[in-house]
Design a protein around this ligand. Structure first.
Ligand SMILES: Cc1ncc(COP(=O)(O)O)c(C=O)c1O
Ligand SMILES: [Zn+2]
Length: 392
């Protein structure tokens, strides 16, 4: 495993040591990127070693331990999720992140964050969450024997509440959104002795999420697809995958050149990134009255907006939003015609794919990865309500 060289601010490039736990850049409050000493891991021969059988704690996303911190993992089997080929669109695969522990891709980021928290001997963690991060933190904290303090909107999908409860987390349901939850954590953390592992305010959730980038490239035979569709809330996955692509090029594991177009998808009920992208802004503005059944996308002001906007531009991608009715129609379409029960967030990606084919932004021959970031089954209450399904 590589040694962490330093943490580097994504905004002002200031560096700090990772010997002690860090949050954001002390100079400019930018998010940190973890930088490694990759000497000794460069070249295709090291990439080959990953593809060899990786038993025990190295399974799942830990097969990429050569690009992750040198610590003992807290793992529940996260990562190495299926790539499901569409029956109707031969060049489309769905990255089924619902197969992760706790049924969402949040497992990857929280596995890494809790692994590092254990390494640093932190005792109490706190997180504001749209729902799935709460469930994932609760699970990994339970596995690590660390206290989890969770703040989430009172109308999160019921599964998120039940799972966090079962895992024994301290839960506060807030009459508001993740931004309100974040404010409460920020106000109370010092007094309570909590370490804040909010999206992009802690360096290691990106490291967990970046494994999605390594994974999809490996699963496509170490080649980039033409486009990656990412249901975007706080944006950690988008930012993490882009970091992974840069690292893979630095390592000589893929040919530099044509990285995929990154497509950020949101609901029209909460689309701060789409608005900022369309206005060619360098940051987003708070989205008022955010409302959508794609609960994970209810992030009215993402902390890493500036990073996402840079990535969208650099990748020649686009940000798109669709009304819940269109998202629901796509969810039903994929369930009936492909046998895949998407989360509302995942169905935002499939809706966006249809749209970009119609507008010819993409061709049917383009190789595309659509992220289903969570299992449809976690959303039976909100999806049933949106679809008007009642048990008579
Ligand atoms: C299922 C699902 N998809 C997408 C998102 C958005 O993820 P991110 O904050 O990494 O953009 C979330 C966040 O809660 C989620 O739960
Ligand atoms: Zn900085």
């Amino acid at each position: 495993m590589p040694k962490i060289k330093e943490l580097e601010c994504s905004r002002c490039k200031a560096t700090v040591s990772a010997e002690t736990p860090q949050t954001v850049c002390p100079k400019c409050a930018g998010s940190f990127y973890v930088r490694y000493d990759f000497s000794g891991f460069r070249g295709v021969e090291h990439r080959m070693r990953i593809s060899e059988k990786t038993p025990g704690a190295s399974a799942g996303m830990w097969r990429y331990r050569s690009v992750l911190p040198e610590v003992q993992p807290v793992t529940l089997g996260e990562g190495w999720t299926p790539m499901l080929r569409s029956k109707r669109y031969p060049n489309v695969v769905v990255k089924e992140e619902g197969a992760n522990p706790t049924g969402s891709f949040k497992a990857r980021g929280l596995a890494l964050a809790v692994t590092m928290a254990k390494h640093y001997q932190l005792k109490k963690l706190a997180v504001p969450s749209a729902g799935n991060a709460a469930g994932a933190l609760a699970a990994y904290a339970a596995a690590a024997g660390i206290e989890a303090n969770i703040f989430m909107p009172k109308d999160v999908p019921f599964a998120n509440y039940v799972e966090a409860k079962m895992y024994g987390a301290n839960i506060t349901l807030v009459d508001g959104l993740i931004s309100d939850c974040g404010r409460i954590v920020a106000e109370r953390k010092e007094k309570e002795g909590w370490f804040d592992i909010s999206t992009l305010k802690e360096p290691f959730r990106i490291e967990g999420k970046k494994t999605m980038g390594y994974e999809l490239v490996e699963q496509l035979g170490w080649e980039y697809p033409d486009a990656v569709f990412y249901p975007t809330g706080g944006g950690v996955g988008l930012i993490g995958m882009w970091k992974a692509f840069a690292e893979m090029e630095e390592l000589g594991w893929v040919k530099p050149g044509k990285r995929p177009k990154m497509i950020a998808v949101q609901s029209s009920g909460c689309a701060p990134m789409v608005r900022a992208f369309e206005e060619h802004a360098s940051a987003s503005k708070m989205w008022e009255n955010a409302a959508t059944f794609a609960a994970g996308l209810r992030v009215p002001k993402p902390y890493g907006d500036y990073l996402m906007l840079e990535i969208l531009k650099e990748s020649e991608g686009v940000a798109l939003a669709f009304p819940d009715s269109v998202i629901l129609a796509s969810l039903q379409d994929w369930a009936k015609n492909e046998g895949i029960f998407l989360s509302p967030e995942g169905a935002t990606a499939t809706a966006a794919y249809d749209h970009l084919l119609k507008t010819r932004f993409l061709k049917p021959a383009d190789r595309v990865v659509l992220f289903n970031t969570g299992a449809g089954l976690k959303y039976t209450d909100v999806t049933a309500e949106a679809a008007g399904i009642l048990r008579n």
